[in-house]
Write a protein that binds this ligand. Structure first.
Ligand code: GRF
Length: 229
């Protein structure tokens, strides 16, 4: 099979990916599953935007898609309820937020706590929220990166699993920095999902455990490095 042909949705824990946009992280996950390097079943891709390009990536790979179009709902509560119903029907064991741009209701987050991951483009706990690249450059930081973390009701505050770190260059722009950080996202996200699928990583209360031991600091991959497996 070539990578341009629809790949299998994989086998393993039922995994639902939530997106809002381009879906390059989704693509990295699809590719890993297609290469049998990520043991999950990609059950469905759910988008809150009908025109998210990631939906095309999913369809091309033969993965079911569901649109819960935010604009079709009169208010946040109705949208949250519709999304919660969709997720209930899909019965995910893992929920992956990959560029999903809505803050989920605490009901949904609590329902999937320990099973729901997010990727955030900063070295958390630094720079929660939006415009992280701009903030890093304005602050003159030496390093930037991205973090895969468990989702808890507080935004970008869930316990971290793995980070990818790049050195900021003197001539970096938001775009050049984002390009390098995103290359790392395509490595750390599939890896964290694999750890969750194989139960190497677990959330007990607010503590992450890795291979049965408390994880005191997130795992780290430096730019160009291979990092822990
Ligand atoms: C990623 O860079 C991620 O850090 C952030 O949103 C972006 C999504 O990009 N949460 P994509 O849709 O996966 O291309």
């Amino acid at each position: 099979m070539t990578s341009s042909m629809p790949g299998p949705a994989g086998s393993g824990p039922r995994t639902v990916v939530l997106i809002s946009g381009s879906g390059t992280n989704l693509q990295a996950i699809i590719d890993e599953v297609g290469q049998n390097r990520l043991p999950v079943e990609l059950t469905a891709v759910v988008s809150d935007c009908a025109d998210a390009f990631g939906l095309e990536r999913a369809s091309k790979a033969g993965i079911d898609t569901v649109v819960v179009n935010f604009g079709d709902y009169g208010n946040r509560q109705d949208f949250d309820r519709a999304l919660a119903d969709v997720l209930e029907d899909l019965e995910p064991e893992i929920v992956v937020l990959a560029g999903f741009m809505r803050i989920l209701s605490s009901t949904i987050v609590t329902r999937y706590q320990g099973q729901m991951l997010n990727i955030h483009p900063s070295l958390l706990p630094k720079y929660k929220g939006l415009h992280t690249y701009r903030k890093v450059l304005a602050a003159g930081d030496r390093f930037h990166g991205s973090t895969v973390h468990y989702v808890i009701p507080k935004l970008d505050a869930g316990p971290s699993i793995i980070q990818y770190r790049v050195a900021v260059r003197d001539d970096d722009t938001e775009e050049s920095l984002a390009t390098r950080v995103q290359q790392g996202e395509y490595v750390i996200y599939p890896r964290a999902i694999e750890w969750l699928a194989s139960k190497r990583v677990e959330l007990r209360g607010e503590q992450v455990f890795f291979d049965g031991e408390p994880l005191r600091e997130p795992k780290l991959i430096n730019e160009g490095g291979v990092g822990p497996r």
